[in-house]
Design a protein around this ligand. Structure first.
Ligand code: UT7
Length: 328
């Protein structure tokens, strides 16, 4: 029996400050009703300057390690999915490594936007299939609020900050672990969802900052259409690869970008509402953090049992998208 990769601990951490739809009504021309009905979001968490990405990530990691009973010195690798690191260098993963004192762990950030956690988990899976004793910390962590234009109602109502983490290792127990993972991208559509500035393509100029190139720009409706299409197709691909039918799914954990996207997917897969985990109302779209936060909440609520069949799917800027089937 070859080794399979299982999650033995989860954790999440949200910044203290909560921003409600009513608060947003005072900042931009929007309404609680529009945000709730078009996105499903009611509140989101916003990090303060003393809660940078690496802090959120470290807190989430500590909770996951405590649940798993894994000490920092035992970690072999730390992977952080993020598009909003504390700074361009070093990586968030290195800062987390320092904070935890995980001296023997390698550490790197993985830039796959909202698919970052699933991309990270699939890489961890490859390592663990080779050596089931490895212990890998996979994190999704974002401070999107600092890359959001608070004058742009198309984006500022949607995004939130937070971090989620998982400790993964190998098992030979039957009927457990990651079954299949599927990574995709389409760079030709990058302009539909991008942060144009602050990279190295051009010097950062006052003119660029004036144009708002430091902020997320999104053509929402086009992104929506692509997200629905990609999430459905990667779902069928993952199910086929695992040899499952949609009725075999015990829980769908999808990237929390918009309640209507998740609802479309639920209908296309023919799932009942109790088979879909949703927490977007509380946190908004936290990009790479959304799936690990959802997993941690489901786990701590006692919804996940060994052997359960999970389908996880994500879609984000790039575009990137990913799907994974897992027996919990
Ligand atoms: O995580 C990465 C992937 N991201 C996503 O998957 C996001 C995908 N996109 C979406 O979730 C949705 O497209 C949005 C929530 C961003 C927008 O919802 P929509 O139903 O697609 O709205 P829309 O952009 O087509 O705009 C409809 C109307 C427009 O007004 P008019 O032109 O019809 O008069 C907008 O100006 O809604 C207006 N609008 C708003 N009104 C109140 C846009 N944003 C707001 C707002 N409050 N915050």
């Amino acid at each position: 029996m070859p080794a399979r990769t299982i999650i033995i601990g989860t954790g999440s951490h949200l910044p203290k400050k909560i921003l409600t739809n009513q608060d947003l009504e005072k900042i931009v021309d929007t309404s609680d009703e529009w945000i709730r009905t078009r996105t499903g979001i009611e509140t989101r968490h916003i990090s303060s300057d003393d809660e940078p990405n690496s802090f959120l990530a470290t807190q989430a990691a500590k909770k996951a390690m405590e649940m798993a009973g894994v000490r920092a010195q035992e970690l072999d690798l730390i992977i952080v999915g993020t598009l909003t690191p504390d700074m361009p260098m070093p990586s968030v993963a290195c800062l987390v490594q320092k904070e935890l004192g995980a001296r023997k762990a390698g550490a790197f950030d993985l830039y796959a936007t909202c698919s970052g956690f699933l991309y990270g988990l699939s890489i961890a899976d490859k390592f663990i299939r080779d050596n089931r004793r490895l212990k890998i910390l996979v994190i999704g962590s974002e401070v999107l609020s600092k890359r959001v234009n608070w004058k742009d109602r198309n984006t500022c109502v949607i995004f939130g900050d937070g971090a989620g983490a998982a400790i993964v290792t190998g098992t030979r127990e039957p009927n457990r672990g990651i079954v299949s993972s599927h990574l995709h991208a389409d760079g030709s559509l990058w302009e539909l969802l991008a942060i144009r500035g602050l990279g190295t393509a051009q010097e950062v100029t006052a003119e660029q900052l004036e144009k708002g190139w430091q902020y997320i720009e999104m053509q929402g409706r086009e992104v929506f259409k692509n997200a629905v299409r990609a999430l459905e197709s990667v779902s069928w691909e993952a199910l086929e690869s695992a040899g499952w039918h949609s009725e075999d799914i015990d829980l769908l954990v999808a990237h929390q970008a918009n309640i209507r996207i998740i609802e479309f997917l639920r209908e296309r897969l023919g799932l009942s509402k109790d088979k879909v985990f949703i927490n977007i109302s509380k946190y908004g779209n936290t990009s790479a953090a959304s799936i690990p936060i959802a997993l941690d909440e489901a786990n701590r609520a006692g919804m996940l049992h060994p052997g359960m069949r999970l389908l996880m799917v994500a879609f984000g800027g790039g575009f990137t998208w990913a799907g994974m089937t897992m027996r919990w």
